[in-house]
Ligand binder design. Sequence first.
Ligand code: FES
Length: 127
Amino acid sequence: SEVTYLNYDVLTDFGWETDDEDLLRKAAAEDLDEVDYGQFEVQPGQSLLEAAEDHDHAWPFACRGGACANCAVMLLDGELSMPASHVLPSELMERGIRLSCNGMPVTAELTVLYNIKHMPELEDLLL
Ligand code: FES
């Protein structure tokens, strides 16, 4: 799968909202650093976090086991499957929030906001 990623910090910096339909077009127009915006491939059997690390990205994580939500991402497009046992409540799952440490892409293309652990909705969950 090919993943397009955008750092949540960029939204904070530019004052953009997560539900902005033009988010990715705006990001593409800003000449952002590769740390904050770009694409990489996820190999079959790899979690999104493992694939990010393979491409030298230092995305947030702590437990690597679905228990802390530090690695959370928000799906803007595509789907990431996750094991049944994890820390995310159903309200957050319904908003497209997933875990990168144990989530595996199930669509050929995936667009995610990473580093969303500072979203107010998630701060309460972080251990
Ligand atoms: Fe803890 Fe993913 S790193 S849930």
